[in-house]
Design a protein around this ligand. Sequence first.
Ligand SMILES: Cc1cc2nc3c(=O)[nH]c(=O)nc-3n(C[C@H](O)[C@H](O)[C@H](O)COP(=O)(O)OP(=O)(O)OC[C@H]3O[C@@H](n4cnc5c(N)ncnc54)[C@H](O)[C@@H]3O)c2cc1C
Length: 605
Amino acid sequence: MATEIRVPTLGESVTTATVSRWIRQPGETVAADEPVAELETDKVSVEVTAPEAGTLGAHAVEEGSEVEVGALLATVEPSASGAVAPQARPAAGAPDTAATAPNRPATKEAPPPADVPPSSAAPAKPPPPAPTDAPAAPAAEIGETDYDLIVIGAGPGGYVCALRAAQLGMKVACVESRATLGGTCLNVGCIPSKALLQSSESFHEAASGFAEHGIMIDNIRLDLERMQKRKASVVEANVRGIEFLFKKNGVTWLKGLGRVTGANEVSVGDKSFSASTIVVATGSDSISLPGITIDEKRIVSSTGALELDSVPKHLVVIGGGVIGLEIGSVWRRLGAEVTVVEFLDRLVPGVDGEVARAFQRVLDKQGLKFRLGTKVTEAKAGESGVTLTMEPARGGEASTLEADIVLVAIGRRAVSDNLGLKEVGVDIDDRGRVVTDAHYQTSVPSIRAIGDVIAGPMLAHKAEEEGVAVAEILAGQAGHVNYEAIPAVIYTWPEVAFVGRIEEELKADGVEYAVGKFPFTANARARAMNATDGFVKILTDRKTDRLLGAHIIGPDAGTLIAELVTALEFGASAEDVARICHAHPTLSEAVKEAALAADGRALHI
Ligand SMILES: Cc1cc2nc3c(=O)[nH]c(=O)nc-3n(C[C@H](O)[C@H](O)[C@H](O)COP(=O)(O)OP(=O)(O)OC[C@H]3O[C@@H](n4cnc5c(N)ncnc54)[C@H](O)[C@@H]3O)c2cc1C
């Protein structure tokens, strides 16, 4: 007799759901517990599984229909043998966890298996982390779980980890509390800032660059509302793209705030889910200074600064780092007076000093003003603006500065509070970062962490690489990130991009090094583009010629650096780079010439 498949209970207050996708079609054979349909509510996305093996009957409802809890979805006619091989999920190289227990209910109705700690009972101090080369995947040691992997946070670290794990055959859920996927990067970080940087660069070029090319335009006007709408549509396209990828790869999005309630348990709202492994990818949040309250109106974080609906007359940026200079550049190009107040005596700490000085000179020419070595002690927001009180960083007389908007861009802090991590025994350092070993394992072996919430540069691509590495480690592969070859880019005009070591470090370490430099003024393409600010600087080991670091300030530096990242990754020498044929006329010839210059034989200067 046919067995019915009905809409399962989806939560206390949930009575209906939408059939977002039929995974299996009428007439197809299905294994017991194999997902046949996907349901979506505003809180959760759930797979409905076949109660037994057999042949799927007609769909009782169409894709996109709303269905009530308990409604009939389809029937299964049992196969003669009663057993059908599971289809599709585990891919080659899939971990044992998926291969041995591939079919689990998508939502948890029964209490956890006996050997999974109940959510309320935090275990005593967990065993110390396994050695870094210890095999991963503790799944085999615990009972059946809802998921092989639950990732908390769907930023570049979390969503990429979820996708890679799903590709490797794991059953994966990703918890995200925002209304859209993609984390800081896609929603309020990399993507909206680059959309506005692009628009403001076009505006500025039209207003003051085109004439040089003989293109005369009168009455150039700014439609900021339209510019902001374009930015929003770029963000929308990107975040929807991640939703599509989740569906394509069978990753379940658990909508809501996740909390770790046990070594293998995560609660989302009033539901609890178990997993063999939990990956914490909760990212970071902007911070403020003592005595300064961010109201996102007059005193804004990067999020508010990307949403302004009019161009400020005077924008003061507290912090001369990457985010402050990128967003400061946006509003400068659109007409704001911009003053950057920085505690240190220099901009962009961590960037090669020679590059940072050249960078400041170019920004200076663009009209950005700098107050370096200055400490902001107070910001008072009123009806029409903000009064900042400042004093020299080394001590001295206080002064004030009026602004209509103040952007606080002094850094970001890992999001590790209120997640239940300390309660289950996960070690957190004094900067709020989750402590991990080289395999991203925390002090609780079944919990790993990646991205901005752990140590290292707060960069989207660093988080992504860690996401892939963790998924591959869990699948028994050799996931690894080379931290010596992670590029960083500042998307101002000109761009600044770098990878590897800076000159100050080499000096401090007593390394014998050579410098190869080539300016864009001597590059034909840069001259044709009217974009000759900047240079390529290559640092090599004086004895072996091996590339140690590369620093570019100039047009499209963010793209040009990729070649030198590849070279560094492959342990290349400057001569290797110099002997590669570079197309003419391209900006990349400046990279080749800098590599030649490291051996004192640049051709075009
Ligand atoms: C203005 C700005 C511009 C930037 N530009 C660049 C750039 O050009 N290039 C670059 O490489 N980097 C850039 N960054 C940095 C980049 O955004 C971060 O390094 C990156 O997003 C980190 O990724 P992540 O996955 O670790 O965390 P995040 O992207 O921060 O994602 C974490 C996610 O976890 C969710 N979350 C947190 N706690 C919970 C919980 N308890 N339950 C459920 N969900 C939770 C959050 O809602 C968030 O969506 C920029 C940042 C900013 C602010």
